[in-house]
Design a protein around this ligand. Structure first.
Ligand code: 13P
Length: 254
């Protein structure tokens, strides 16, 4: 059974006070309202991680993730945070290769493979992001590009390692734009990703990996997106900054 996941990527938003308030609202509502089999993941800015982790510590089904990490364990990398440091803070998930990191911080496939290794080595779960820009889709290159992103970032892993990864498909043209992929567009890409996994590993492994959709997920479209057979949840940006909206999204699994 694949895990159902509602993950909220807060990006570079919320002061510590705002973040604590948001997290406590989500924790209170989600504990009462969200089905126990759904994993709810809060992904705040780095400085909030330990405080929010304390807040959710004893709550079943609610987890904390980081938005990025450095690939080395430690050393002279001023301003960076390693997977080892995150693991020592009790963090469970790390987003790797978000399109904003690929675009604004020039993160390459090789680098993302190294970051994925660091996360797995520290017994956390990578949420590995992939997705195409609009011009790639318009030229019908989106299946090849997403396949390549996944191969570059993940296919050096053993089957046992890969089985611990969560994948998030986030078409760049849908992020922060209010334009969501249609259920057909989401489903066909998720099925494609699963097929690429099956071809390079095996069907059982492909069937066991959670693939999240991200890009303008809102309470009024999450139900139909999550009802797609290969969509196992969402990586939510803007709507995760509103506790009511995020919890409603987390409630919208069938
Ligand atoms: P939005 O939900 O704001 O479109 O952001 C999606 C995203 O980038 C999540 O990682």
């Amino acid at each position: 059974m694949r895990k159902k996941i509602a993950a909220g990527n807060w990006k570079m938003n919320t002061t510590l006070q705002e973040g604590m308030q948001l997290a406590s609202e989500v924790v209170n509502m989600a504990s009462d309202e969200v089905k126990s089999e759904v994993q709810v993941i809060l992904i705040p800015p780095f400085p909030h991680l330990t405080s929010i982790n304390k807040l959710v510590e004893s709550k079943n089904g609610i987890y904390v993730g980081a938005q990025n990490c450095h690939q080395e364990a430690s050393g002279a990398f001023t301003g960076e945070v390693s997977a080892e440091i995150l693991a020592s803070s009790g963090i469970d998930f790390v987003v790797i290769g978000h399109s904003e990191r690929r675009e604004y911080f020039s993160e390459s496939g090789d680098l993302l493979a190294a970051k994925t290794n660091a996360v797995l080595k520290n017994r956390m779960t990578p949420i590995f992001c992939c997705g195409e820009k609009l011009e790639v889709r318009e030229q019908n290159g989106h299946f090849d590009l997403v396949g390549t992103q996944i191969k570059e970032g993940l296919f050096h892993l053993t089957a046992a390692e890969l089985s611990k990864v969560v994948i998030a498909y986030e078409p760049v043209w849908a992020i922060g734009t209010g334009v969501t992929a249609s259920t057909d567009q989401a489903q066909e890409m998720h099925a494609h990703i699963r097929q690429v996994l099956a071809e390079n590993y095996d069907q059982d492994l492909a069937d066991g990996i959670s693939i999240l959709y991200g890009g303008s997920v809102k309470p009024d479209n999450s139900r139909e997106l999550f009802a797609c057979p290969d969509v196992d949840g969402g990586l939510v940006g803007g709507a995760s900054l509103k506790s009511r909206d995020f919890v409603d999204i987390a409630k919208s699994f069938q």
